[in-house]
Design a binder for this molecule. Structure first.
Ligand SMILES: [Zn+2]
Length: 501
């Protein structure tokens, strides 16, 4: 039997067997996008990784509740506690409502996620829909002595939190004294805060701020970090199983999330297991608008970006992302994406091959199939080894290719299927099919266009007509009719139309 699922926990810096808090239930929270612009290719990685994780947990018979939020308020420019709201800034420039900006980019993001084969989360909460929960949380944190009001804003009191025996910095392995030394220069202009480490839970809105709500402290808006603590608590509880996100969110966002949840009511690290996916580079460079190598998800799918030689389909992209272990960086290059396209098509051809694996009629099965059975079972079991080892999809794909090589061998010489028992063959093909489709979430993505195939068929129809092969002509007509297509003969040639019957 394969090993149980082990996951690397950023909090403990160790890999450990995964044990749900309340089996068979598993709660998973992933930080979603801030919907102020179109998502870039780096934003696709986390959702694909955590989609595979939740799919695999479900395959393991856990009842998963997967929450992926939408940040539509509170995220300020430069990820700081001062400045304009990212969405508000775009709304002002376009002279539209902030919620119009958020709605448009949310829809686009969700379309992209569906294209990438990510199953919709069970709950997609929006920060703006959970202002009451966030205000309640701030009240609790103030009540517990870990936050203070200052000029209508409320700040989390990091020194008070640590003085009470907590450890701000434990997730990202940062030491408060060092953080303080690094931020001493920034004290000016932060007079509302008692310590430069303190972060906003609630901000008073100035007259230019478009999105604001009433609160006990001021007409204002919640701090960016607060929404994830409040929404994960609401839907998954004060402590839940797995929190995911990109490595760039570990500090300060996730560090602050833990502090808020812990300061609230419960001895908790918010989540038992914190998982962070690594970043994406483009041709070896960090992706940025200033470096000119910024690629949005739409541009990747359309190829409309100077950095790209061609378009890459959503499934090629998914395969490309899964070819790396989620904790390793991924470098986007044309060569890498093209190779991923080939790999993806090879895996999908494998699925079609499975249908044809049959012992030829009249061939006798071998009396002893134990050796071949054991070999096939080992190849199938190996496919789980990578997944169980901290969701190493790179290894899983390599193992699937090994299994496919064996199955290809049987397909090339069907007589050799006599050496293996039907049961072992069925198990191996089921493993291949399940892992490819249900767990890795790869689906068929037709390359050929239906119209091109129709033109080709009409070409053969025309040839048959010219050769006066009326049997073939009728055959093609009938076959197309079954597909709802009628052939139109005219003096100028042949054409097709949808059947109107
Ligand atoms: Zn978050």
């Amino acid at each position: 039997m394969p090993q149980p699922l082990s996951l690397y926990n950023t909090l403990t810096r160790q890999k450990a067997p995964f044990e749900p808090l309340n089996a068979p239930f598993v709660g998973v929270y992933l930080c979603g996008p801030t919907v102020y612009s179109e998502a870039h290719v780096g934003n696709a990685r986390g959702p694909v990784v955590f989609d595979v994780l939740t799919r695999y947990l479900r395959y393991l018979d856990y009842k998963v509740r997967y929450v992926r939020n939408i940040t539509d308020v509170g995220h300020l420019v430069d990820d700081a506690d001062e400045g304009e709201d990212k969405i508000g800034r775009i709304a002002r420039a376009r002279q539209v409502e902030p919620m119009e900006v958020a709605e448009g980019y949310t829809n686009l993001y969700q379309d992209h996620m569906v294209a990438l084969g990510c199953l919709p989360p069970d709950i997609t909460p929006r920060a703006s829909g959970h202002i009451i929960e966030q205000i309640e949380m701030v009240k609790q944190i103030i009540g517990n002595g870990f936050a203070y009001e200052s000029n209508g804003s409320v700040y989390f009191d990091v020194p008070a939190y640590n003085a009470a025996g907590n450890e701000y910095g434990k997730l990202s392995n940062r030491v408060v004294e060092e953080l303080l030394a690094g931020s001493r220069d920034n004290l000016t202009g932060q007079d509302e805060k008692r310590s430069p480490l303190d972060f906003a839970l609630w901000k008073r809105a100035d007259e230019h701020h478009l999105m604001h709500w009433p609160s006990p402290w001021s007409e204002g808006f919640p701090g960016w970090h607060l929404e994830c603590s409040a929404m994960s608590r609401k839907y998954l509880g004060a402590e839940f199983d797995i929190h995911g996100g990109g490595l760039d969110l570990m500090f300060p966002h996730h560090e602050c999330e833990i502090a808020q949840s812990q300061a609230c009511e419960h001895p908790t690290n918010e989540a038992r297991v914190w998982m962070h996916n690594n970043m994406i580079t483009v041709n070896g460079q960090k992706m940025s608008k200033s470096a000119g190598n910024f690629i949005t998800i739409s541009q990747l799918f359309s190829g409309e970006n100077e950095v790209l030689a061609q378009a890459y389909s959503p499934m090629t992209t998914r395969f490309f992302l899964l070819q790396a272990h989620y904790r390793s960086p991924v470098d986007i290059t044309d060569e890498g994406l093209q190779a991923a396209g080939k790999g993806y098509r090879k895996i999908m051809n494998g699925l079609r091959l499975l249908e044809k694996l049959q012992l030829p009629e009249g061939t006798e099965a071998a009396a002893d199939t134990s050796a071949a059975d054991a070999e096939l079972r080992k190849l199938a079991d190996d496919c789980f080894t990578g997944l169980n080892d901290d969701l190493n999809t790179a290894r899983t794909l390599a193992s699937l290719f090994n299994l496919l090589r064996k199955l290809n061998g049987y397909a090339a010489k069907p007589d050799t299927l006599a050496q293996v028992s039907p049961e072992a063959l069925a198990e191996a093909t089921a493993t291949y099919r399940t892992l490819v489709q249900d767990v890795l979430g790869l689906r068929d993505e037709p390359r050929a266009r239906a119209e091109d195939l129709l033109s080709l068929t009409l070409h053969f129809y025309q040839e048959a007509k010219t050769a006066k092969d009326y049997g073939k002509v009728d055959e093609i007509r009938a076959a197309l009719k079954q597909q709802g297509i009628v052939v139109k003969d005219s003096k100028t040639g042949v054409d097709w139309a949808y059947s109107e019957e």
